[in-house]
Design a protein around this ligand. Structure first.
Ligand code: NDP
Length: 340
């Protein structure tokens, strides 16, 4: 009989509770076996709430639990690095939240540590797991829109009141809309266009919801192919709706409501033959990525979003922040990762 693949959750987070616990349990043979918090009472309450067998208040205790094969790291962003390094050292596979870290050196060290330990590392950029994004990528790759000239990403949302904590007031925890939202858009761009942006110009604002971090940003990215990408992220815009447009020499793709955790959204393709609404067979984004991760840890293929992907999206997001701060164009630095 096959052993259960046991997950240890590091962080009593909202995302783990809202999406990831159910996504783990959706995978045949996978179960959440333990949770770890900086506070034992918080871990115990969380464990009781989510029906998780064991609760701990240290990495060491969770990682010593023989039932834990994989860790899911969703504490605040500055705590991802020590968690990943400890998990890799203990030989556990790693599914880490974005942004991987607050600087590139730390993120590169995390990815290297997992490589060196021979464990699988994934980054939780959910959007490329959506059927909508997969359909758009396929249309671009098939040449439906011809040469891509420009992409526009609309990701201005209203951050719900319960999430207005470290995200809006704590730079040390990696708060701010760029590391929270634009980093996802960076992954979307890389996924859709299958190339990595070269440089970025960005503006950021602190418009009233946030203090000490930015709560809005607009960015321009230049792609190696010559395509230009424009993004808009905000915590303060309740009614814009999300969307994405790809404009090429032979056609355009107009997608709405697709920068979301929900299985939702529409994609329309416009070419000389007319307008065509794609028939999207939606699936759960987190179920999809965990199915791929389950395969990867069984030795088949790669996670949907690897550690290196998380490193690259972080490189782009950090370049956005640097550009906004310096008021100038910034070249994006992609570190090389070695297994030491
Ligand atoms: P939360 O704000 O819900 O939780 C973060 C940490 O806050 C927890 O680990 C916990 O610490 C602490 N905490 C929770 N409740 C309390 C409390 N009552 N009192 C004191 N501290 C508390 O995090 P999110 O779920 O919003 O985000 C977690 C991570 O996931 C981040 O890295 C974020 O960027 C990422 N994220 C990713 C998404 C995706 O779709 N990929 C979506 C949302 C977030 P402790 O563990 O010590 O108990």
């Amino acid at each position: 009989m096959n052993k259960t693949v046991g997950w240890g959750f590091i962080g009593t987070s909202n995302i783990a509770k809202q999406w990831m616990a159910a996504a783990v349990r959706h995978q045949p043979g996978h179960e959440v076996m333990a949770v770890m918090s900086n506070s034992l009472s918080r871990a115990e309450m969380y464990a009781q709430d989510l029906k998780i067998a064991n609760a701990y208040d240290s990495f060491a205790a969770l990682l010593a639990d023989p039932a834990v094969d994989v860790v899911y790291i969703s504490n605040t962003n500055e705590q991802h690095k020590p968690a990943v390094l400890a998990a890799a050292k203990a030989g556990k596979h790693v599914f880490c939240e974005k942004p991987l870290a607050l600087n590139l050196a730390d993120a590169a060290e995390m990815v290297s540590a997992c490589k060196q330990a021979g464990v699988v590392m994934a980054t939780n950029h959910h959007l490329r797991n959506a059927a909508t994004h997969q359909a758009i990528r396929a249309e671009i790759a098939a040449g439906t829109v011809g040469q891509v000239i420009g992409v526009r990403i609309f990701h201005a949302i209203h951050l719900p009141q319960p999430l207005q904590t470290w995200r809006v007031n704590d730079p040390k925890a990696g708060g701010g809309v760029v590391l929270d939202v634009a980093v996802h858009d960076a992954d979307v761009i890389r996924y859709l266009l299958a190339e990595d942006p070269v440089d970025v110009m960005a503006y950021a604002q602190t418009g009233g919801m946030a203090s000490a971090v930015e709560d809005g940003a607009m960015t321009m990215l230049q792609m190696p192919s010559g395509a230009l990408v424009q993004t808009h992220e905000s915590f303060m815009v309740p009614y814009a709706g999300t969307g994405l447009e790809v404009h090429g020499t032979k056609g355009s793709i107009v997608a709405r409501d697709i920068l979301t955790q929900r299985s939702a959204g529409t994609v329309e393709v416009i070419t000389e033959t007319g307008r065509r609404q794609l028939d999207i067979q939606h699936h759960n984004l987190y179920h999809y990525s965990l199915a791929q991760f389950a395969q990867a840890i069984a030795g088949n293929g790669q996670p949907a979003v690897t550690g290196e992907d998380g490193l690259k999206s972080l490189a782009i997001a950090l370049a956005m922040l640097k550009s906004a701060e310096q008021g100038q164009r910034v070249r994006i630095d992609y570190p090389t990762v070695y297994a030491q």
